[in-house]
Design a protein around this ligand. Structure first.
Ligand code: FAD
Ligand code: SIN
Length: 525
């Protein structure tokens, strides 16, 4: 077990972690930055992003329009100042990303081809075909690898944030002001050692938590680790009841994660139909298929419940097929691989857990309630999304807050000179290798099924109470296991999924109004 010191430690290598690292490394060439990530360098939600990034890009559009669309989608629960800040910073951040090498599609007029998605009143989504996330992820990795003061550690799993909790014998309460983050305990998956990483500033950029549900568009790494770590460190966490279900994940029973059929497909003109071939969205919202996601997902949920069918369909058969293929080659090829010819067949789709609108609360400088700890990206709750995120505002939020956090650290660079208190190494005494890993994977599946069945698009007090009872049992069982077994990513992810599930249920129980993505049968007026 080693002690490794750097000036800045960034946990996570999606758009949030990497963009923050790049800005810091360029501005502070003499400062050391470690980016630790639990899987290979590119694995992240970012890598799978399809639709693109929203930004006001031409004269037909305006900041005011993007601001209003964001507020309306968020059911006006957003922080207006944050919305303005993100929207107005978007063109500059996108230009910077383009300078770093990101390639966005160009149309026949030699202008950026702007896509449309639900809740946007105009076309404003820059994209790279339907694999925008991969393009961004690889661009950022190339930049990071060109910067000598960044050490990029793959297969390094952050277990816990280091705070006073680890060296002072006193109980830490939620909201306590004098807590500091001094780094993290990280499991090196190559050596199985747990090392102590000390840093003056820590940026939590560990992404989302789709894996707390059985049906999700998120890859298996999205286990809410940052939420779990921050929760145990007693950081403020808010808005967890606002879980965004994407309306159109490909319906492939038994397949997890679910493949996404981008909302940009509907922006391109595809219809949502039921089994009888009827469009039903206009019965619910005048924007039809392009209403915001909370509304479309609830309408699909209702259609499925009343019809008894297992899915609904996307109809792309009337679209210009050549143009469609040019924009969505990945989606067309995926459909083809399972026998669906999008020129003739409907695509079966179903809503799936997609995005966590809440998270670790940060102020307008990206600071959490724990000193020296910042949060960026999906793990953070900035106030941008309110009760429901507007499509393609997530990658953007991470770029804007990456810039803001870097600037804040640069402005306070004297903090990088401070001495560390004596920090103990991770204690592995009394633990042994688990004999039955099945017990861990069984608990993980149980939580995912509880969340799917009882904490979905439509909730009720009774369902939530049932969920919390089941989750409490799994929590107790997991904590007992955690004390006994050697630390592994599996047991840590299970603990983090438990924490996320608990927070979603608890904050759903506390909600007093149906807003955006949160809808309870007991709160219908
Ligand atoms: P991520 O990109 O998920 O990165 C998190 C990183 O943290 C990963 O590297 C992960 O391995 C690492 N990590 C996690 N836990 C640990 C740990 N314990 N220790 C060390 N490392 C850890 N948004 C848009 O704006 N536009 C889109 O078109 C779009 N399409 C999407 C399509 C799909 C299929 C999905 C799933 C999401 C989409 N989103 C989209 C949402 C968007 O992709 C994510 O919200 C965004 O990429 C999150 O970025 P992030 O950097 O916060 O997290
Ligand atoms: C999509 O392409 O539909 C996803 C966009 C997003 O999550 O913002």
């Amino acid at each position: 077990m080693s002690v490794i010191q750097s000036d800045i430690l960034i946990l996570g290598s999606g758009v949030a972690g990497l963009s923050t690292a790049i800005k810091l490394a360029k501005a502070l060439p003499n400062k050391s930055i470690i980016v630790a990530t639990k899987n290979n360098k590119e694995e992240s939600n970012t890598k799978y992003a399809q639709g693109g990034i929203a930004a006001v890009w031409n004269e037909d559009d305006s900041f005011e329009s993007h601001i209003q669309d964001t507020l309306k989608a968020g059911d006006y629960e957003n922080d207006l100042e944050v919305v303005k800040m993100v929207v107005e910073n978007a063109p500059e951040r996108l230009n910077e990303l383009i300078q770093w090498g990101a390639d966005f599609d160009i149309n026949s007029k030699n202008e950026y081809d702007l896509g449309k998605e639900g809740g946007h009143s105009t076309n404003r989504i820059l994209h790279h075909k339907d694999v925008t996330g991969y393009e961004i992820q690889m661009t950022l990795i190339k930049q990071v690898e060109s910067l000598a003061n960044i050490q990029f550690l793959d297969h390094h799993f952050a277990i816990e944030l280091i705070t006073e909790h680890h060296f002072k014998n006193k109980k830490i309460e939620l909201g306590q002001k004098d807590i500091h983050c001094y780094g993290a305990y990280i499991l090196n998956e190559k050596t199985s050692e747990i090392d102590t990483y000390l840093a003056h500033k820590v940026v939590l950029a560990t992404g989302g938590s789709g894996q707390s549900y059985a049906t999700t568009t998120n890859p298996v790494i999205a286990t809410g680790d940052g939420i779990g770590m921050a929760f145990r460190a007693k950081a403020q966490i808010d808005d967890m009841q606002y879980i965004q279900f994407h309306p159109t994940a490909l319906y492939e029973p038994g397949k997890s994660p679910a493949f996404l059929i981008s909302e940009a497909v509907r922006g391109f003109g595809a219809y949502i139909k039921n089994k009888k071939g009827e469009r039903f969205m206009f019965k619910v919202d005048e924007r039809g298929e392009l209403a915001s996601r909370d509304i479309v997902s609830r309408a699909i949920n209702m259609e499925i419940n009343t019809s008894g069918n297992e899915c609904v369909y996307l109809d792309c058969t009337h679209l210009d097929q050549e143009a469609f293929y040019n924009h969505f080659p990945n989606i067309v090829d995926k459909c083809k691989s399972i026998g669906i010819n999008v020129t003739k067949d409907y695509i079966p789709v179903l809503p799936a857990m997609h995005y966590m609108c809440g998270g670790v609360s940060v102020n307008r400088e990206g600071k959490t309630t724990i000193n020296n700890l910042y949060a960026n990206g999906e793990v953070a709750r900035t106030g941008l999304h309110g009760a429901n995120r507007l499509a393609s505002n997530s990658l953007l939020e991470a770029l804007v807050f990456g810039d803001i956090i870097a600037q804040n650290i640069i402005d306070n660079k004297a903090d990088l000179e401070q001495a560390f208190p004596p920090i103990p190494e991770w204690n592995t005494e009394g633990t042994m290798d688990p004999k039955e890993l099945i017990l861990i994977s069984h608990n993980r599946k149980s939580v995912q099924n509880i969340m799917n069945d009882l904490v979905g698009i439509v909730r009720s007090h009774q369902r939530l109470e049932r969920a919390i009872d089941h989750l409490n049992y799994i929590y107790e069982d997991t904590e007992k296991m955690f004390k006994r077994v050697t630390i592994s990513p599996q047991i840590c992810e299970l603990r983090n999924i438990n924490a996320v599930a608990y927070l979603i249920v608890k904050q759903s129980m506390e909600a007093r109004e149906n807003k955006g993505a949160f809808y309870s049968l007991d709160l219908i007026l």
